[in-house]
Ligand binder design. Structure first.
Ligand code: FES
Length: 105
């Protein structure tokens, strides 16, 4: 069976105590990024094509909030709420990943 959606976005929402040495994506506002993504995707009329999901730690915590867009295999790091409109417009609508946010391998 083919995937239901054209693209899936996984947003790390793992949370750790504030004093944890690695920090966490939730501690860097990833839940607000998730909410902004869902709202922007809805506004863009892409809800039937793109699914946004919470996910657990992807073990690149220091660069969070981290996002994976698949099947594109694009990883975005340090994503802020302010970056969301550009991700939706450029990447999700126009197929041009936002280079300045791509995590180095
Ligand atoms: S807490 Fe998000 S990648 Fe580890």
């Amino acid at each position: 069976m083919p995937p239901k959606y054209k693209q899936y976005i996984f947003i790390c929402t793992n949370e750790r105590p504030e004093d944890h040495p690695r920090g966490s994506c939730a501690g860097r506002n990833s839940l607000a990024v998730l909410d902004a993504l869902k709202a922007e995707i809805r506004t863009a009329g892409l809800l039937t094509e793109i699914r946004s999901n919470k996910c657990g730690c992807m073990d690149i915590c220091e660069s969070g909030p981290n996002i994976l867009i698949t099947p594109d295999n694009i990883w975005y790091k340090q994503v802020a709420v302010e970056d969301v409109p550009e991700i939706v417009e450029e990447h999700l609508k126009n197929g041009r990943p936002v280079q300045r946010l791509i995590a180095e391998a």
